[in-house]
Design a protein around this ligand. Structure first.
Ligand SMILES: [Zn+2]
Length: 246
């Protein structure tokens, strides 16, 4: 049985209450993120807790979700992680890793590795080469470029520095999406390669002022931003409807 996001969110509230009973539970937002590996993050911004869970954890059973909630909240509050929680989580991750390796072995024995940079409409590699030459004097070393497995609508792109991978949301591989929008998202993720994350006082800064300044150098910056703003919602609704019909 897999958990839905609402149930998962409740676990975070519950964990907070148990680990820090004196404080009122703040607003909590939980979302899945197309991290390539198993990578879960928690942070506080303007008094609100933001949790990002790896998409790989989306299929984890309820008790694992709950254990993970306790682990992340404990980390956030600098409290001791309940041993039962880390045990449940570790056991699950181990079993997933074994499964994953088994699948990889099968794939390696079978056919060639499938690259997913070529979408139905857009080819990420081609876009990368073009953007690299126009904006970076070809200075960005080519990372792994891939479309996400799922159509994520809120997260359009992601740069994973650990695995040197740029993931672009499959939702953009669509003829209704103008090329400059896909290019802009790729450009944004390439800027993350160009401006590595700054760490200061134990915090991570991804979008530094320098990053934001460079981002505006994109030729269609404003058009792309406003397209995303205006269409992201629409687009999601349309796709959902389309799915229901078919
Ligand atoms: Zn970014």
């Amino acid at each position: 049985m897999t958990a839905d996001i609402k149930e998962i969110k409740n676990f975070y509230g519950e964990a907070f209450q148990i680990l820090n009973p004196k404080r009122e539970v703040p607003e909590i937002e939980v979302e899945f993120y197309p991290y390539i590996g198993i990578n879960n993050t928690i942070r506080v911004r303007s008094g609100k807790i933001f949790v990002r869970l790896a998409e790989l954890c989306q299929t984890a059973p309820l008790e694992v979700q709950k254990a993970l909630a306790f682990i992340l909240i404990a980390k956030l509050l600098r409290k001791k992680v309940p041993p039962s929680a880390s045990q449940i989580y570790r056991f699950y991750i181990k079993s997933q890793e074994i499964q994953f390796r088994a699948k990889e072995n099968k794939r390696a024995k079978g056919r060639k590795v499938i690259t997913t940079s070529r979408g139905e409409i857009y080819d990420l590699e081609e876009i990368f080469v073009r953007i690299n030459s126009i904006y970076f004097k070809n200075s960005i070393q080519k990372p792994t470029l891939t479309w996400s497995a799922r159509k994520t609508f809120r997260i359009l792109g992601h740069h994973d520095s650990t695995h040197e991978t740029i993931v672009i949301s499959k939702s953009l591989d669509d003829k209704r999406v103008p090329p400059y929008v896909v290019e802009f998202i790729v450009f944004h993720e390439m800027l993350h390669v160009y401006h590595p994350t700054l760490q200061r006082d134990g915090r991570h800064y991804n979008h530094t002022p320098q990053f934001r300044r460079d981002e505006k150098k994109f030729a269609h910056y404003e058009t792309a931003e406003s397209w995303i703003e205006q269409n992201a919602k629409n687009f999601k609704v349309k796709s959902k409807k389309a799915k229901v019909k078919s």
